[in-house]
Design a protein around this ligand. Structure first.
Ligand code: NG6
Ligand code: CA
Length: 513
């Protein structure tokens, strides 16, 4: 039906006019229509792991290609040094430390993002994007206080917070249930073999990683000794669902296939794909075709596998002629870790490779290795290739991408997310003024200064090695000393007081000032 103006209500016209005004800045400010957006999110990949960031132990030609064709950031941060809080911030635009219950979640946790609240995918969906998440979720599924039935409809989850399509693992590769969930259902589940999940008690008669240790194909070093799935000990117990269980070796293929299929389906629309791969989190069990492809054993081979996933995405964009219309972002959720609970020789085979590059420590730590991430941004013809030293946090992605897509994301929506579109696109070298770094507690960076208050944190590339930081805390000049080796707190007490006060203000006011 053709509508003529008199047939349209005044209200509709008004709405259209308002929409047009809001749509305009996006088009004029970026000089092209809003692009598709693909966010490739690695797991436990450190600042120094890729070739383009100085990595030597695994070849990463596809990631390096992104760096060559795009902008390589040197001061971009995940909002936390572990997975759940980083992903929470990335999707909600709120620092995770503000909300209880955003620490590393078990596989049977309820969804921690309230349906209906603005999120990165919901704001893009409102702006007309088709949205999807493929890969690691780790933000909980189902309602709080209600045990989840994995055999029924699994919700609320990604689809209730803004994703049109989802193909995920619930938590991590090392946590049960070891199955894929597509939209609201476990993939491949048959009705006569229901799934049960329990994080407290073992199911009698099922194999477990302690009594059946001798049968494991990958031995554990700490934890990871409960359910045995695919010959690997996990965190938590599960029973049933045999036909639905994943095979770790195939996981990268499965997720990549789903990501590519989504791109194919969405290619005629404007789309947002959050592609959260499992590599290089433990258990590191890459497909046999990647085994031995690095000099570092499974951790390096998993990096090569990650790079392959990136290559498949780039190839598909080229084949579909979408590269120029697609903003590709690549980063990771927290710093690197070597032994994270399995005997996979990550330490022994490390060689000269430095997973955190010149930075100190890694996953779980308040030192820079914990949260400073590789971050690549490619949009051919729009983002000039090069390097950016702008301070950027993943918590800024909702406001920044919201601005790109919708012509001005309302800052009121996001407590901590800042619209840094000019920095993201390389139009300015200036990013944030300051960023909070979160691990077991908080630290802050402002400009070149980094302050870690007194108390504990972790100080190695392994699991958790406690260091005690004495009063008045540690102060580093990251320009002169990126490895945080020279404490300047005594030399600059005024900077210490300022940063202490700023951190307290950010924490107590509930928003980033
Ligand atoms: C730890 C696990 C570790 C990893 C981490 C979460 C043990 C001993 N360690 O508790 O293996 O799963 O949680 O990692 O169980 S994250 O990247 O998802 O945050
Ligand atoms: Ca992680």
């Amino acid at each position: 039906m053709n509508l003529t103006f008199p047939e349209l209500s005044r209200q509709t016209l008004l709405a259209l006019a308002i929409a047009a005004v809001f749509a305009l800045p996006a088009i004029t400010s970026s000089a092209s229509p809003p692009p598709n957006i693909i966010l490739i999110y690695g797991d436990d990949i450190g600042y120094g792991d890729f070739g383009c960031y100085g990595g030597t132990g695994a070849k990463t030609p596809n990631v390096d290609r992104l760096a060559k064709e795009g902008l390589r950031f040197t001061s971009a941060y995940a909002s936390s040094a572990t997975c759940t809080p980083s992903r929470y911030s990335l999707l909600t635009g709120q620092y995770a430390f503000r909300k209880k219950g955003t620490g590393v979640l078990p596989g049977d946790a309820a969804l921690i993002i309230e349906p209906g609240r603005p999120t990165l995918p919901s704001i893009l969906k409102q702006a007309g994007y088709t949205t999807a998440v493929v890969g690691k979720w780790h933000l909980g599924l189902g309602e709080a206080g209600k045990p989840l039935d994995w055999n029924a409809e699994i919700k609320p989850g990604p689809r209730e917070i803004g994703f049109d399509y989802s193909y995920i693992m619930a938590a991590t590769g090392d946590r049960v249930p070891c199955v894929y969930v597509e939209n609201h259902r476990v993939v491949g589940l048959v009705s006569d073999d229901p799934i049960q999940v329990n994080y407290q008690e073992a199911f009698p008669g099922e194999p477990d990683g302690v009594k059946d240790r001798a049968t494991l194909k990958l031995d554990w070093s700490h934890g990871h000794n409960q359910a045995v799935i695919n010959g690997i000990g996990r965190i938590g117990y599960m029973k049933g669902g045999k036909a639905a269980l994943w095979k770790d070796e195939d996981m990268a293929d499965v997720f990549t296939k789903q990501a590519l299929q989504f791109i194919e389906r969405a290619k005629t629309q404007r789309f947002f794909l959050y592609f959260a791969t499992h590599d290089v989190h433990v258990p590191r069990v890459p497909h046999p075709r990647f085994v031995g492809k690095s000099s570092m054993g499974p951790r390096g081979d998993a990096l090569v596998q990650f790079d392959w996933c990136v290559g498949e995405i780039l190839k598909t964009l080229d084949r579909l002629n979408l590269a120029d219309r697609t903003l590709v972002l690549l980063s990771s959720d927290n710093g690197p870790v070597l032994d994270d609970g399995y005997k996979d020789q990550a330490n022994e085979k490390l060689g000269d490779h430095r997973p955190a590059g010149p930075l100190r420590a890694g996953k779980y730590s308040l030192f820079e290795g914990g949260t400073r991430m590789p971050f690549l941004v490619r949009w051919p013809g729009r983002v000039k290739p090069g390097q950016s030293d702008a301070l950027f946090s993943q918590v800024d992605l909702p406001a920044t991408l919201g601005a790109l897509a919708a012509g001005g994301a309302n800052p009121e929506l996001w407590p901590d997310s800042r619209n840094l579109l000019p920095a993201l696109l390389g139009d300015t070298p200036t990013g944030r003024d300051h960023v909070v770094e979160h691990a077991n507690r908080l630290a802050i960076r402002r400009g070149k200064w980094k302050f870690i208050p007194p108390g504990q944190t972790s100080d190695q590339l392994g699991p958790w090695r406690k260091v005690q930081i004495a009063e008045p805390g540690l102060l580093f000049d990251l320009d002169a000393d990126p490895g945080e080796t020279r404490d300047l707190a005594a030399a600059h007490p005024e900077v210490v007081s300022e940063l202490k006060a700023l951190l307290a203000q950010i924490r107590d006011s509930g928003r980033t000032p």
